[in-house]
Design a protein around this ligand. Structure first.
Ligand SMILES: NC(=O)c1ccc[n+]([C@@H]2O[C@H](COP(=O)([O-])OP(=O)(O)OC[C@H]3O[C@@H](n4cnc5c(N)ncnc54)[C@H](OP(=O)(O)O)[C@@H]3O)[C@@H](O)[C@H]2O)c1
Length: 287
């Protein structure tokens, strides 16, 4: 399906997707537009990544078939309100944490009402189509490893894309990583797990890098070695489908060194700390 893609916001997440679309999916940069308020930054990113900068969110919406909304979650209401009718007839794909299909439906319904109210004040004006009826919505939760084709994309089951749009979207995303559909009720915890966990793994890399430096390995070597160990362990888990405990047991020889490290992690609350990190995210989502 040939379509023009628009990005509202071109920060970390949008760049990960956009680079993937251009470099992995071979979408020409002329078919990808992006808008962000800091023009200098947008233009230098456009030069580096290859997308086409748009002059305004309205211009972007008018020229795009599928619009990725990739600004901060708290900005969405204002941004979509400003675009207004130019969204009509478009497919809207949200990557925002905390937004789901229902929340967009409420917002688009309220925008329809305010658009109608504006038009009602003008005599003989035609009633505009309600945005809720004309904008098709899909919420996804990506993560930054999409930049290197190893992302995870949670895709909310409830959506209003056409079958062709959904197929095109899933085709694009699957070129950049694992695509997994979830019911709306599990998108929050799913996003906590996959959207946030790259930062936790980075913390792990940094911590083991520090430990290796303490014992004499140069820092750059330390990061490469631990990053490859994490990558390899993840690949082994995915490709064998073995329980993580079974894989761990294979590394822990009787009376060996690894089991001493495992004990030290347990004593220091490693598993509890991992679970607490997810609790903290879920608490924050509620506020
Ligand atoms: N980062 C992640 O790992 C991750 C993972 C999953 C989901 N997400 C979601 O991705 C979205 C973006 O996060 P991010 O980490 O990429 O944030 P970010 O790096 O701070 O980027 C935010 C972008 O929004 C733009 N922006 C600010 N005000 C705007 C406005 N009024 N209209 C249009 N664009 C505006 C910013 O432009 P300027 O730079 O010009 O100000 C910037 O390009 C969020 O909704 C987040 O929940 C992020």
């Amino acid at each position: 399906m040939k379509m023009k893609i628009g990005f509202i916001g071109m920060g970390n997440m949008a760049q990960a997707l956009c680079e993937g679309f251009i470099n992995t999916c071979n979408i020409p940069g002329t078919d990808i537009l992006a808008y962000a308020p800091h023009r200098d930054k947008l233009e230098s990113n456009a030069k580096r990544i290859g997308f086409t900068p748009a002059d305004s969110p309205v211009a972007l919406a008018e020229a795009s078939d599928m619009i990725f909304i990739a600004c901060k979650p708290y900005q969405i209401e204002q941004v979509l309100g400003e675009i207004g009718e130019a969204l009509s007839g478009k497919a809207l794909v949200s990557v925002a944490a905390g937004w789901d299909y229902n929340r967009f439906s409420y917002l688009l319904a309220s925008l329809s009402v305010s658009l109608r109210a504006e038009t009602d004040s003008e005599e003989d004006a035609e009633e505009p189509e309600a945005l809720i009826d004309t904008v098709r919505v899909q919420c996804i939760m990506p993560n930054t490893p999409a930049m290197v084709g190893e992302g995870v994309f949670l895709v909310e089951q409830e959506n209003s894309l056409t079958p062709e749009e959904r197929e095109a979207l899933l085709f694009l995303l699957s070129a950049l990583g694992l695509v997994h559909e979830l019911p709306s009720s599990l998108m929050g915890i799913g996003g906590a797990l996959t959207g946030c966990s790259p930062a936790f793994v980075d913390l792990l890399l940094e911590a083991y890098g520090d430990a290796a430096v303490k014992y004499g390995i140069p820092r750059a070597d330390a990061y490469r070695l631990i990053a490859q160990s994490v990558l390899g362990s993840a690949k082994l888990a995915l490709e064998t489908g073995e329980h993580p405990g079974v894989l761990k047991d294979r590394v822990c020889s009787p009376a060996g060194t690894t089991i001493c490290g495992v004990q030290a992690l347990e004593k220091n609350g490693f598993r509890a700390a991992c679970m607490a990190s997810i609790d903290a995210i879920m608490e924050k989502k509620k506020s």
